[in-house]
Ligand binder design. Structure first.
Ligand SMILES: *Cc1c(COP(=O)(O)O)cnc(C)c1O
Length: 383
């Protein structure tokens, strides 16, 4: 049996190799410390869980959901965007429920990209931007994220011949995997660029609520003109420790949102209403649970960064996200050695694209005790 060529065209999935090595270590009885996963270890807050339980007992939630999401969910999203970002959204036309933001990201090129069109993709970056482009038969143009540019893409460096054939650009700040952040001036520059070249911008804001030291990440939609050129993918996954629940939202210009909606109508049948009810509870309740999660991550970040510095590494404490991005030389070799000799999983930067090589990503989704132990183990090996 032969798979379709589009599967062969996907980039090699380096994480599969790490997973196999991790499984082999565990089979040998090694107590593996997994700092590889971008999935909160903290539970979903109880008031949100209770809200789901109540909703799922109501048979009204047991039917096919509305394609665009319950109006009450979209209204809750609009209220949250107004409160959090001072962005006004029309719940009827400018918001679409997603089955997690990954779903929206994976489907959005289907709405805007013709075969052969270019999609501008940050590298290193969340792998779905590239694979979604390839599924839509688009061409990937990598925008390198370099440390000397604060891990922001350099729009000037994109060749004119690419700009004129580009239909879509993905951006993601606070950024996975680098932990970098962007300000509104950068988003305004992106809007300007999109206008000039008639490009749709999809900003992935999955980490806007995971931030430290008083820093509040902006929304792309706060930039003047952003609603005319783009949309923002958002999600409850990281904010409320709800990665398994699969609920998110796309917000932006009505025509753009409608395009994504047309794709989705033909592929999925919406997010489970009971989960939308729980998501309404999450978005409309006091946000202390989010601050509490950030306090937990901040302590872990500080323990990890201090420990790495003591080991002689040069590392920047991220202002947002739960990732620490560190320069190491050969990222695959470093990750393999960490696992082999210390039983620690970190993600090699090259897994996020070739411009990520030279770095590894630590996810601070493990306890302070485990992070301290990881530092102790690293002290015992020559890195
Ligand atoms: C986690 C993550 C997402 C996806 O989150 P969902 O659970 O699908 O909402 C999207 N983008 C980035 C950069 C992520 O790290």
């Amino acid at each position: 049996m032969m798979y379709a060529q589009r599967l062969d065209n996907l980039p090699p999935y380096l994480f599969a190799r790490i997973d196999a090595m991790k499984a082999a270590k565990r089979a040998q009885g090694v107590d593996v410390i997994d700092l590889g996963v971008g999935d909160p270890d903290l539970p979903t807050p109880v008031h949100i869980v209770e809200s789901l339980v109540k909703a799922v007992r109501d048979p009204a939630t047991h039917h096919y959901p509305d394609y665009t999401g319950m109006l009450s969910y979209r209204e809750a999203v609009a209220a949250w965007y107004r409160e959090r970002f001072s962005v006004e959204l029309d719940p009827k036309t400018e918001i679409l429920a997603l089955i997690g933001s990954k779903e929206g990201i994976a489907h959005v090129p289907e709405a805007f990209v013709n075969p052969g069109d270019y999609v501008l993709v940050p590298d290193p970056g969340y792998p779905v931007y590239k694979t979604a482009t390839l599924f839509a038969e688009g061409k990937v143009h990598e925008m390198p994220l370099a440390e000397e540019n604060g891990f922001l893409p350099d729009f000037e460096a994109i060749p004119d011949a690419i700009c004129s054939r580009a239909k879509l650009m993905f951006l993601n700040y606070p950024n996975n995997p680098t932990g970098a952040v962007a300000d509104l001036a950068f988003f305004s520059e992106a809007v300007e660029f999109a206008r000039e070249h008639d490009i749709v911008i999809v900003h992935d804001n999955a980490y806007s609520e995971i931030a430290y030291d008083g820093y509040r990440p902006p929304s792309f939609l706060q930039a003047d003109g952003a609603m005319e050129v783009g949309m923002e993918m958002h999600s409850l996954s990281k904010t409320y420790n709800m990665t398994g629940w699969r609920i998110g939202m796309a917000c932006g210009g009505a025509d753009l949102i409608a395009g994504l909606g047309r794709v989705k109508t033909n592929i999925d049948s919406g997010a489970f209403d009971a989960i939308q009810e729980a998501a309404i509870t999450a978005l409309t309740s006091p946000q202390d649970c989010v601050a509490a999660s950030c306090d937990v991550y901040r302590e872990r970040r500080d323990v990890l960064v201090r420990g790495l510095e003591e080991l002689g590494f040069s590392v920047t404490a991220p202002k947002a996200t739960f990732y620490v991005w560190m320069e190491v030389g050969d990222s695959m070799a470093f990750a393999a050695k960490m696992l082999d000799e210390a039983g620690i999983v970190v993600t090699p930067g090259v897994g996020f694209g070739r411009h990520g090589d030279g770095y590894v990503r630590f996810a601070i989704t493990r306890s302070v005790g485990r992070i301290e132990e990881a530092i102790e183990r690293m002290r015992g090996i020559a890195l």
